[in-house]
Design a protein around this ligand. Structure first.
Ligand SMILES: [Mg+2]
Length: 110
């Protein structure tokens, strides 16, 4: 696991993992921000469809992956990371819809 920070070799495995997770969360947050050019999901059906599209794009990258150590594979892994971040961002966008729906139900049952 390489995270590229000074003194990295002194970090515990747990600290390295925490750094990586924080980095993923930053990327997911940025992706959610980018997705704001589109309106929130109008339904769970729409949310599912968009999430599925991202999963299919991830699958396309996986199918092309050759498991060798060429430069192309390194590029391919960057695309795979990008798709996984997009999946996570669309999962969060679905969670935001679920939260709105829960609030609506709570309001209706006051
Ligand atoms: Mg994508």
């Amino acid at each position: 696991m390489i995270i590229g920070i000074p003194g990295e070799e002194k970090l515990t495995e747990q600290a390295k993992e925490d750094f990586l997770i924080i980095d993923y969360l930053k990327q997911i947050k940025l992706e959610i921000k980018k997705a704001k050019k589109f309106p929130p999901f109008a339904s769970l059906h729409e949310g599912y469809a968009v999430l599925k599209e991202e999963v299919e794009e991830f699958w396309d990258e996986v199918k092309n992956f050759k498991y060798n150590e060429s430069h192309e594979e390194s590029e391919s892994l960057k695309n795979i990371e990008k798709e996984l971040i997009q999946i996570a961002a669309m999962a969060v966008k679905n969670l935001q819809l679920v939260d709105k729906m829960k609030a609506k139900i709570q309001e209706a049952n006051k």
